[in-house]
Design a protein around this ligand. Structure first.
Ligand code: ADP
Length: 233
């Protein structure tokens, strides 16, 4: 962003200071989240993720979910509330697959009776280890009331998004969320986009094609626009 001071640089987004001190500009880059060793990009990917995020944050706000989203700044940038981030990545599962299936021996594709929330410490040096609420308190990352808010908001976000996705013909298998605080208030932050969720096509009968929306270097060019069409129709 020309003329703006960089506040933070992440893997797929840059944050810049905004004219108002309590706000930030969140710019979505074209970098793909796939870890192939080298950095790969896809032209237009940042704009798609920005648009999907902005739509979903607005949708969640209509259900009174507190989020950092304020408005769009341009086609790949959102104006958000500057928060003090809680360094936890919350992974929410609705369907058992991948690591959850392996770890607990639940057969792949099983719809869970109730959603499962997992917490991961955002610390690349430690390889983002899984933690529980007690670890979070012992590390001084958040207190019980913050954790209760994270669970309450996370569960509500899941219920709202899950039925929205279902109405659009996809199963919300799992997704990650990040939270931050403004004063004492815990709010949903970061992004909700194809980089942070896993979806499968909804199948009434038979097995869903789990690869239909899986982002790989070869298919990324088709998948991002396809997901935008599915979710924003
Ligand atoms: P990574 O998650 O690998 O750091 P990102 O590209 O997603 O990569 O970086 C975005 C960064 O911005 C993350 O560190 C995230 O915690 C932070 N962030 C997201 N929303 C806010 C916000 N409202 N205020 C301050 N920081 C935020």
């Amino acid at each position: 962003m020309k003329g703006q001071e960089k506040y933070a640089e992440g893997r797929t987004k840059n944050l810049y200071t905004a004219n108002q001190g309590d706000q930030l500009l969140m710019e979505f880059t074209d970098t793909l989240p796939i870890q192939t060793g080298k950095k790969s990009t896809l032209k237009g990917k940042g704009a798609i993720n920005s648009e999907i995020s902005s739509f979903l944050f607005g949708y969640l706000q209509s259900y009174n979910v507190p989020t950092h989203y304020i408005k769009k700044a341009d086609d790949r940038t959102l104006v958000v509330k500057k928060l003090s981030m809680i360094p936890i990545e919350v992974l929410i599962w609705n369907t058992a697959t991948g690591s959850l299936s392996k770890r607990l021996g639940i057969s792949d594709g099983t719809t869970l009776e109730t959603p499962v929330l997992e917490f991961y410490l955002k610390d690349e040096k430690l390889k983002n280890p899984m933690i529980n609420d007690y670890h979070a308190y012992a590390l001084g990352i958040c207190d019980r009331s913050d954790m209760n808010a994270i669970i309450r908001i996370g569960t509500k976000v899941n219920a709202v998004l899950r039925s929205y996705f279902q109405r659009n013909g996809v199963v919300l298998v799992s997704f990650t969320l990040e939270f931050g605080k403004s004063g004492n208030q815990v709010m949903l932050a970061d992004e909700i986009s194809p980089d942070t969720f896993v979806v499968w096509p909804l199948e009434e009968e038979g097995k869903p094609d789990k690869k239909e929306y899986q982002i790989t270097p070869d298919k990324a060019k088709q998948i991002y626009p396809k997901l935008k069409d599915v979710l924003l129709k």
